[in-house]
Design a protein around this ligand. Structure first.
Ligand code: ATP
Length: 198
């Protein structure tokens, strides 16, 4: 099964692009959504979280104590590395489970991940797509979508590789700034993957 990783900075529109691929019948694995689910469902991960960050990592009801974990890792690279070392392998496990459920007649699948390059998960994909948009537009989109400020979005962006760093790492590119039709760009890539012309 051909596996295509798809990524882009916060607000670039990678989820929007994935929805277009889904309308073409392409199965999409959303790594960031999966990561949120497995924080409470993956027993190995839950055990590792408690051992590494303490029992207070979870509430009495068994929910992830997000404010506690965010507070620990936000300005502490070592703790962030420890968190990633627990979560990323768990997402890989979830992805493998998900892959086993994909219909065998699917021509290819997409794996959407904000940290495709940073987490190393692009290595498990055959190709990658980077979705880009100008900073101003990304900030407008995210502050329009979420209860957040520009400063908070910029702080989150600072934790990710820049578009300039990711551009040479990606095999294919989608420009989501309104200058070119998103649908035509998706259709061109879809045809390329069907034809395996790369
Ligand atoms: P995040 O990393 O924060 O999850 P993302 O890269 O997945 O962001 P989306 O959620 O797809 O980005 O898009 C961000 C917002 O911008 C959404 O509200 C979406 O509807 C809007 N948006 C994205 N692309 C377009 C577009 N081409 N035209 C209009 N609105 C768009």
């Amino acid at each position: 099964m051909l596996k295509i990783g798809i990524t882009g900075g916060i607000g670039s529109g990678k989820t929007t692009v994935c929805r277009v691929f889904e309308t073409l019948g392409i199965p999409v694995f959303y790594a960031d959504t999966s990561a949120k689910e497995i924080m409470v469902k993956d027993e190995i991960l839950v055990k590792g979280m408690k051992e590494t960050f303490g029992a207070e990592s979870y509430t009495e009801a068994g929910e992830l104590n997000r404010p506690y974990i965010s507070g620990l890792v936000f300005n502490d690279q070592r703790q962030l590395d420890q968190l990633n070392a627990l979560v990323h392998p768990a997402v890989f496990r979830a992805f493998d489970n998900w892959l086993s459920t994909v219909p065998s007649n699917a021509p290819y699948i997409l794996k959407e991940a904000a940290l495709l390059f940073e987490s190393g998960s692009y290595r498990m994909c055959d190709r990658s797509i980077l979705v880009t948009a100008p900073l101003k537009l990304k900030l407008e989109r995210v502050t329009g979508r979420d209860h957040t400020t520009e400063a908070q979005v910029l702080a989150r962006m600072d934790k990710q590789l820049s578009d300039e760093q990711k551009m040479p790492m990606a095999d294919d590119h989608i420009t989501n700034d309104g200058s070119e039709s998103l649908i035509l760009q998706v259709l061109a890539l879809h045809q390329k993957y069907l034809d395996k012309k790369f």
